[in-house]
Write a protein that binds this ligand. Structure first.
Ligand code: THU
Length: 130
């Protein structure tokens, strides 16, 4: 199954009663395993979590910390761009050249990379004063 199809499948399980905007994300980790996540909203709106965050949490919980490919899908007029926080979260676990596919449920694809989504990323090197 393609990574986009994995994201499409998990999107169906999104809990989005407030926005009614379901998002699915799938991550391929260095081992080749695929981890999935969907958005999980809350009546206290800021407590909701994005699909990308769910997929990253599943990857880390399984013992992996390096992602090599990402796909995100939503029923949107154009491929859904990850929010700023999720761009930073993805950058924590993936190199700048990691491919990211943004998809709509009706089949429009936009190919980018983690570096394309977050140029000039803040990383641990910026804290090095030695
Ligand atoms: N959302 C995601 O899960 N990922 C994105 O890339 C964009 C936005 C969710 C958060 C919220 O549950 C809903 O979409 C509307 O913002």
């Amino acid at each position: 199954m393609s990574l986009v199809d994995a994201a499409r499948e998990v999107r169906e399980r999104a809990y989005a009663p407030y926005s009614r905007f379901k998002v699915g994300a799938a991550i391929r980790a260095a081992s080749g395993a695929v981890y999935r996540g969907c958005n999980v909203e809350n009546v206290a709106y800021p407590e909701g979590t994005c699909a990308e965050a769910g997929a990253i949490a599943a990857m880390v919980a399984a013992g992996e910390t390096e992602l090599v490919e990402v796909a995100v899908i939503a029923d949107s007029p154009s491929p859904v761009p990850p929010c700023g926080g999720c761009r930073q979260k993805l950058a924590e676990f993936g190199r700048a050249d990691v491919p990211v596919t943004l998809a709509t449920t009706d089949g429009t694809l936009l190919e980018t990379t983690i570096g394309g989504l977050l140029p000039g990323r803040f990383d641990a090197g910026h804290m090095d004063r030695t």
